[in-house]
Structure formats: structure tokens, C-alpha cells
Design a binder for this molecule. Structure first.
Ligand code: C2E
Ligand code: CA
Ligand code: CA
Ligand code: CA
Length: 275
């Protein structure tokens, strides 16, 4: 049966109600979640091919909500940013990632995602310094992933914060590169150590000549700027083959490993907790 326009509107409205109800629930529970230990960290391997080696582990946050179940960070991070909890959550992630990296001797480094809001305040510089001092993780083993949207607020301040963190010895990656609107400008304004090629390019690699041309151009740019380029979301052998052919050797994606807790990763990799 055909749906009337009225019915359609009702349908969309109830879906929206559902989404906003979920957001309200998350905003209400997010602080309790932090106190009660409902957050945990997953790690996804990043690797280079020829020669084969692990180049790092990206830290990905998870929330196991008692009623809503496992919630994706793509859903709850925006809520945390909206309700003012992102600072506390970001601190929790940084601290626990550095501690776990030490505990499991994760080599050569971990990559932690930063919310743009974490680059709003210069206190972030001391937070990073303190976490490194407290956990004992050498700064060289910490990479921070920032998106271009991190640089839309007070750009000068954000860049200053990144510069100071880089001066400690940590590295900075630009995340989701190519998905924003001012990528080249961003790249020009800060000495990033790594470009993470957005997954959308990789998923279209086999079907779109244009995607392939962009990948090739970004690789050339990375090469001439002496910035490494990592392809995100590599899922198939064909994508791997095209990327290798184009000279992209750093990769991350389901083909190499899914995000998992360190306890699970340890079952398949040579990880061992240090007590
Ligand atoms: P992101 O930083 O772009 O992280 C990569 C996302 O792609 C992850 O989703 C990962 O699970 C997924 N992924 C990895 N390989 C593949 C693949 O081969 N195919 C496909 N389809 N997906 C793949 P996840 O874990 O759901 O995280 C989503 C986003 O949430 C992240 O995107 C990041 O922006 C944000 N996020 C995650 N953890 C944190 C955190 O601790 N702090 C902040 N501020 N944001 C975080
Ligand atoms: Ca990331
Ligand atoms: Ca990304
Ligand atoms: Ca993303």
C-alpha cells in the first residue's frame, strides 16, 4: 500500500523522536558512565607492507551502556561534545591509553583521537605532559590524530597547542584527510607527521578513476612534503594491491585487523601484559 505524505511525516518524526530520546539518555548518563567504568578502549593495528611491520595501534573508544548496549563513538562523541563531557572523556582516554600502552608494551606507538574541543584550551599542553610523566610513556610513542575541524575555531591556538605537544616528541596525524573542505590549507599551516587518507577514497579505489587520481596526488604531496601517508579502511586484497602499486605502504583496516581490546589482541598477536 502506498504511504500518504502524512504517514511519511509521522514515520520520520517518530524516528527523530527516537534519536533525540537516545541522545537525551546518553547526555544524562555520560558522567555516571565515566565514574562506573562503562567506557573501554579498543585498539586497531596500523601497519606497513614491504617490509611488513606494525607501525602503531589506533585507540578507539567504546561505551557499554547498561540499557542501550554497546554505543558507537560516532554516536556518543558528538553528544559528549555538546554536553560538556568531552574534556573529561578525552582525559580518560589519553590517560588509560598511555597506561595500557605501557602495561602491554605496545610498540612502536599508539594513536589517540582528539576532539577539536580538546584543542580549545592551552591547558591541553600540560595535560599531555602530565599524562606522559605519570604513566612513563615516552612521548615518541604517542601520536595524536586530529581532524581539520580541530582547526576551525581559534586556529592559531590549536596550532600552538599541537606545536608544543610535537616539541615534546609526540607526533601529529591529520585524520580523515580529504573529507573536509580545506585540506590543503590545513596541511600548509602545520607540520603534520602523517596524513590519514579518508576511507571514502579507499572504498572507491576500485570503481572510481577519480578516487585513484586523488590518492595518487595525495601520495605525491606527502612524498614531497616528507609526510607519511596511511590509507584508512582497507578491507580487500584488491584495495591493498592498488595502494601498493601506487606506493602507499601504510595501512589500517579490517583486512589487517578489527579494533579489539588488548586482551583479545593478545590472543592473536605477540602482546603480553607486564605486571
Ligand atoms: P576515525 O578516527 O576515522 O576511526 C576509524 C573508524 O573506522 C573506527 O570507527 C574504526 O572502527 C573504523 N574502521 C577501521 N577499519 C575499517 C574498515 O576497514 N572498514 C570500515 N568500514 N571501518 C573501519 P569507530 O571505532 O566506530 O570510531 C568512529 C569515530 O569516532 C572515529 O573515526 C573517531 O572520529 C571517533 N572516536 C573514536 N574514539 C575516539 C576517542 O577516543 N576520542 C574522540 N574524540 N573521538 C573518537
Ligand atoms: Ca582516527
Ligand atoms: Ca579516520
Ligand atoms: Ca572519521
Amino acid at each position: 500500500a502506498k504511504k500518504s505524505i502524512g504517514e511519511k511525516i509521522c514515520f520520520y518524526e517518530s524516528e527523530m523522536d527516537e534519536a533525540s530520546r537516545m541522545r537525551r539518555t546518553m547526555a544524562r548518563d555520560i558522567w555516571v558512565a565515566l565514574e562506573q567504568g562503562q567506557f573501554f578502549l579498543n585498539y586497531q593495528v596500523q601497519r606497513a607492507v614491504n617490509p611488513d611491520r606494525v607501525t602503531g595501534y589506533e585507540v578507539l573508544l567504546r561505551w557499554r551502556h547498561p540499557e542501550l548496549g554497546l554505543i558507537s563513538p560516532a554516536v556518543f562523541i558528538p553528544v559528549a561534545e555538546e554536553c560538556g563531557a568531552i574534556g573529561a572523556i578525552g582525559d580518560w582516554v589519553l590517560e588509560n591509553a598511555c597506561r595500557e600502552a605501557m602495561q602491554w608494551n605496545l610498540q612502536p606507538k599508539i594513536a589517540v583521537n582528539l576532539s577539536p574541543l580538546q584543542l580549545n584550551n592551552v591547558s591541553m599542553i600540560d595535560r599531555v605532559r602530565n599524562v606522559l610523566a605519570e604513566t612513563g610513556l615516552p612521548a615518541e610513542r604517542l601520536e595524536l590524530e586530529v581532524t581539520e575541524s580541530a582547526l576551525v575555531g581559534d586556529k592559531a591556538r590549536a596550532l600552538h597547542i599541537l606545536q608544543e605537544i610535537k616539541a615534546m616528541g609526540a607526533t601529529i596525524a591529520i585524520d580523515d584527510f580529504g573529507s573536509g573542505y580545506s585540506s590543503l590549507e590545513t596541511l600548509r599551516s602545520f607540520p603534520f607527521d602523517k596524513i590519514k587518507l579518508d576511507r571514502s577514497f579507499i572504498s572507491e579505489l576500485e570503481t572510481s578513476r577519480q578516487a585513484k587520481a586523488f590518492v595518487r596526488a595525495i601520495l605525491a604531496l606527502g612524498h614531497s612534503l616528507n609526510v607519511s601517508v596511511l590509507a584508512e579502511g582497507v578491507e580487500t586484497e584488491q584495495q591493498l594491491a592498488v595502494l601498493q602499486q601506487e606506493g602507499c605502504h601504510q595501512m589500517q583496516g579490517f583486512l589487517f585487523g578489527r579494533p579489539e581490546t588488548l586482551a583479545i589482541l593478545a590472543e592473536t598477536r605477540s602482546l603480553q601484559a607486564i605486571d
